[in-house]
Design a binder for this molecule. Sequence first.
Ligand SMILES: Cc1ncc(COP(=O)(O)O)c(C=O)c1O
Length: 282
Amino acid sequence: MNVYLNGEFLPLDQARVPVLDRGFVFGDGVYEMVPVYDRHPFRLDEHLRRLQASLDAIRLANPYPVETWRERALQLIASQAFADQSLYIQVTRGVAPRDHAFPPGAVPTVFMMAQPLVTARPEQKAAGVCAITAPDVRWLRCNIKAVSLLANVLARQQAVDVGCAETILLRDGFLTEGAASNIFVVRNGVLLTPPPSHLMLTGITYDVVLELAAANGIAHEVREISEAEVRAADELWMTSSTKEIMAIVQLDGQPVGSGVPGPLAQRMDALYQSFKQQVMRA
Ligand SMILES: Cc1ncc(COP(=O)(O)O)c(C=O)c1O
């Protein structure tokens, strides 16, 4: 597998970053994860816009203009032996003696890799997954796609420890998001999801789902959702670039709705798959 590091394309096992990189020492960096279908990156412009927003939020100048990102990403994608990929992009504040304050003159470290894309198997989609809930103990800038993911790592592991796929995070009695996904609730035929804020990352998939709901006349509301509404959901979904639309059929050991993926999840998944196909053909 080839990767991209600071202007060079090279095999993964030859890529090296100095230990004083601030990504390693402080988690001082941001990232993106772009799904690539048949060598077509999905919503690359949107991912690059979100990368810019994350860089702005951590006060790190974008090392490349959009055109350079696009060219180098496409070059990396083209160089892999496999067609469906997950393109990982990371920018850190670079290498400098360890000191919390920004190092003057440090050059950002830019890393990209394109791994084989692992999406849900059809039988997994058909069965749905289980999730648990946990208090959202993260910081108040969750809209930044920061590489410092310790709280998310611990939250996801809590789910994995009990054989579940995701931990749904609740803050002050309200739904924020999943450990590595956004969460949608269906109640009485209406699709609900929390509004973008500093308490969650606005997913690219989240945006696509809302666009598809609007374009297809699916009733939806973007508003705060209480824990009680989550627990009384007819359907619950997690969404992300790799999980796409995944039905959660059990929450904290209780069935969600009828305990199988609901009709709206199946409809949205079909809309999402055909949207992907259209975009790839365009
Ligand atoms: C915390 C968090 N929220 C939401 C998402 C979903 O974002 P996207 O749909 O862009 O993959 C992710 C993706 O990894 C995430 O880590």
